[in-house]
Design a protein around this ligand. Structure first.
Ligand SMILES: [Zn+2]
Ligand SMILES: [Zn+2]
Length: 405
């Protein structure tokens, strides 16, 4: 037998055979159209629904899963047998996984939490999953010591088969389709609402760590299981309705069973919890709860806003830091660029100065040479003038003196 705790795998797979069987019973329920409408059929359907609902809530749930009262070995077996006519698998399988649900309610480990894995999964997906097919006896050792219960659990569809046949032989097609198939489908979904709807819809009186809720309407549908928030707050009680107006048909019948003598040691809600329930359901507490809820949701909203704002600020700060860094980088780059171009300009200036010097020197040299040339030219011209003047003077003298002849 598997004995490790059921861990919720992230992607459980469905069993094709289970899905097929589940769908087939739904289709068979449409057989009521073949059988035709009759008040007898409706009566059989409703009676078969509530008798088996009682076996599920008083038996599978409050007796086998939670041990909230004591039964003799034979009534215990009969109750388990009647529970298995509901076709919700074996009694030990049911009790074992329900104990697991209470241990991890709405935590990631919870295998049928609508909070964790969505409404439809919590309603019926998990029942058809391959992963939870086996009965983990380690959580129901107190029950597994009864060999007849282990046998019944292993032959999980025997009881429901016998039950269906019984309806057919006693009431014909009306019995089979109204009393068995339609009733079974309604019973399935009626029971499954406890796992799905009752963790989503309704009023929360007790601040349990899970999301369980209370609902009068579902308490009618499920014979008292609609007080699911009460139940998660105090699962040790055989009653789930804690106050007189919290209708709990299963508990009334168990109470009757105690009076008759079948039921022993019926565990009740302690008076202090009942007192607290009275207070929490009072007008004053309801109003203050509504106010505190409103306050909580308003502060939740504000916190969300604040979170969003803080996120925005952080993002902007990061952006700003990034901008600053890139700006700084750009400045550094620009400065080094400028420095480089300044150096280049200075170098160029030096070159130009050198060129200028050279040019000046060359110009000076050229000018000196030209002056020398001009000076030499002037000298030559002066000498020529002098020569001409001397020749003129000599000519003048020769004209002035008498000729010797
Ligand atoms: Zn629950
Ligand atoms: Zn429970």
């Amino acid at each position: 037998m598997a004995s490790q705790p059921v861990e919720a795998p992230s992607h459980p797979t469905l069993r094709p055979a289970a899905v097929f069987g589940f769908a087939l019973v739904h289709v068979a329920a449409l057989g009521v159209f073949l059988a035709g409408f009759s008040w007898k059929g409706v009566l059989l359907c409703v009676a078969s629904y509530y008798v088996r609902m009682f076996a599920i809530t008083a038996g599978f749930h409050r007796y086998f899963a939670h041990r909230t009262y004591k039964l003799g070995r034979i009534p215990q077996f009969l109750l388990a047998f009647l529970g298995q006519t509901a076709a919700q698998k074996g009694v030990l399988w049911w009790a074992s996984l329900h104990r697991h649900h209470h241990r991890y309610s709405d935590q990631p480990e919870d295998i049928h939490s609508p909070i964790q894995r969505g409404f439809w999964w919590s309603h019926m997906g998990w029942i058809l999953a391959k992963d939870y097919e086996e009965t983990d006896l380690s959580r129901v050792q107190d029950l597994a010591k009864f060999r007849e219960l282990v046998w019944l659990d292993r032959n999980q569809f025997l009881a429901t088969f016998v039950y269906a046949l019984g309806f057919y032989f006693a009431f014909g097609a009306t019995g089979l389709f109204w009393g068995y198939f339609l009733s079974t489908v309604l019973l399935w979904h009626g029971t499954f609402t406890i796992n799905s709807v009752m963790h989503v819809f309704g009023r929360r009186i007790w601040k349990t760590p899970d999301q369980s809720r209370n609902s009068f309407i579902f308490a009618l549908v499920t014979m008292g299981e609609g007080w699911h928030n009460n139940h998660h707050h105090y699962p040790g009680s055989a009653s789930q309705g804690f106050l007189w107006w919290e209708f709990d048909a299963t508990y009334y019948l168990l109470w009757l069973g105690e009076k008759i003598g079948f039921v022993k040691g019926l565990r009740r809600v302690p008076e202090n919890i009942r007192e607290m329930a009275r207070f929490l359901n009072s007008r004053k507490a309801r109003i203050s709860a509504a106010v505190s809820n409103a306050f909580e949701s308003a502060s939740g909203l504000m916190n969300n806003r604040m979170d969003a704002m803080n996120e925005r600020i952080e993002k902007l700060t990061q952006e700003w830091a990034g901008m600053q860094a890139s700006l700084k980088q750009a400045v550094i780059q620009k400065r080094s660029d400028l420095e480089l171009s300044y150096e280049r300009a200075a170098l160029r200036l030096q070159e130009l100065q050198a060129d200028y010097q050279a040019a000046m020197t060359r110009a000076g040299e050229a000018a000196g040479k030209r002056i020398d040339e001009i000076t030499a030219e002037m000298e030559r011209t002066r000498l020529q003038l002098l020569e001409s003047l001397e020749a003129l003077v000599a000519a003048a003298h020769s004209l002035a003196e008498p000729s010797p002849a």
